[in-house]
Ligand binder design. Sequence first.
Ligand code: Q9C
Ligand code: ZN
Length: 341
Amino acid sequence: MKTVFSPRHHGHSGHVELNNGRVVPAFEKPERAEMIRAAVEGRGLGPILAPAAHGLDPVLRVHEADYVSFLSEAWALWTADGRDFPALPSFWKAPGMRAIEPETIDGKLGHFSFDAGCCLVAGSFDAIAASVDVALTGVDLVAGGEPSAFALCRPPGHHAHAGTMGGYCYVNNAAVAAQAFRDRGTPRVAILDVDYHHGNGTQSIFYERADVLVCNIHGHPTQEYPYFLGYEDETGAGAGEGFNANFPLRWGTGFEAWSAALETACRRVEAYAPDVVVVSLGVDTYKEDPISQFRLDSPDYLKIGARIARLRKPTLFVMEGGYAVEAIGVNVANTLEGFAG
Ligand code: Q9C
Ligand code: ZN
């Protein structure tokens, strides 16, 4: 399997987040992507390619134009006031407030985010643009006839809505990839999101559409981030009714219960009979993950990859979360090796 990777992810570094009420170095750090790249290389899983530039048009098929403009100009606006440290949002709208984009950057940061998980530094936008190019180059490979590809995206994407960043995610790489498949004439796309956290952005983007099935296995929203979406009764709306499936699981879930949910999700994908599968691949389900509460172990990822392979569909893996840096490479490589058989 070919992997697509860009060293431009390094521009998104030195940023911070709020954890336990304190500002701390971000868990979503450059070492993550480097450990994965090293494991792909070390295990001989296939060639590693640079992404091709696709511009912002495919991003604008999923994301709102004012939001993409905000992402591109945020750092310049933030530093125009003389600030030389990371930009972190901390003001949000309550229901009933006005959703009007403020003129000043501090207001814009709140307007276009839903948490303090999305910090911006000098190189963030370049890394974000490179990350979505990685995903779109993966689409090129699979649409061009490769049976599968791995888009080693960083930063991740599945929490990003059409006009809102959050949870370390700015551009929804998997959603942009799914839309790009559709725009290349692929009739039916399934997104299988196995990241520990619910892919709220992906669900929201396709919620009223029948041409993209979205299946999510994740920490239960009564206990886990993103808290306000990801319940089982969210099944789609309008034309999309029946084309969203959530499998929330309680803290402490191990591989037996997790893989039963994967089996149900895979049968749902099989019933949909998609032309292509996009896997939002997070390995924060791992037992040692520093911010997560499932109990999967490294060998389990071989079985996950093997089950996804049994869908027997052209498959694009898009990297999402996973914060146990020492194990992230092994866990991702196991998934890909399990898939390859
Ligand atoms: N401060 C992804 O896995 N914060 N995003 C959790 C730690 C949000 C995770 C608490 C976690 C977002 C792509
Ligand atoms: Zn996650």
